[in-house]
Ligand binder design. Structure first.
Ligand code: SF4
Length: 168
């Protein structure tokens, strides 16, 4: 994976297929002919390339957008099919039960954070995300955040079982 070459190949593709004058030419597939599937899925979105790039090129958005297009086209690696399916069905990549999403709030001493899944409202929404909700070690972050919000007197709430990491 070379983010620099991803940019160069994308630029060349755009110049070749979308000329300023004349009709667009579409005789090469973006994935397959220009980019390899592997190179698009290899990026960990760590951000190192953007941090070090001397001309501040943004790579990650382009790579992630390419992935979105590939998912829309059904070009999903085997290893991602199960987590993506779980994400669609249960809103988290492990397929864990929705009702357990707010379990990290149990036993928090003197902390007030509302569970808005019952229709309650709050001024501040704390979107927790899946890994912080379900992973025991990451849940410490959620507990610390809730403690800070509560200590600051914020009228804050979480979506609880209604929170999903996908739009379905
Ligand atoms: S974000 Fe990280 S993994 Fe992705 S292309 Fe940049 S340096 Fe490589």
């Amino acid at each position: 994976l070379s983010p620099r070459f991803i940019s160069i190949k994308g630029r060349d593709y755009a110049f070749k297929h979308y000329p300023v004058r004349g009709p667009f030419i579409k005789n090469e597939a973006l994935i397959g002919d220009i980019f390899e599937e592997d190179e698009i899925w290899s990026c960990t979105t760590c951000g190192a390339c953007e941090e070090e790039c001397p001309v501040t090129i943004e790579y990650i958005d382009k790579i992630v957008d390419l992935r979105r297009g590939m998912v829309d086209e059904g070009m999903v690696p085997q290893s991602l099919q199960k987590p993506l399916s779980a994400l669609g069905k249960r809103g988290n990549p492990w397929g864990k039960m929705e009702k357990k999403r707010a379990e990290w709030t149990k036993g928090l001493p003197d902390v007030t954070i509302k569970d808005l899944s019952g229709g309650d409202t709050a001024e501040t929404l704390y979107f927790v995300d899946s890994i912080t909700s379900y992973d025991d070690r990451m849940a410490e972050l959620a507990r610390a955040t809730a403690t800070i919000l509560s200590a600051a007197g914020a009228d804050a709430g979480i979506l609880g079982k209604n929170e999903k990491d996908s739009r379905q």
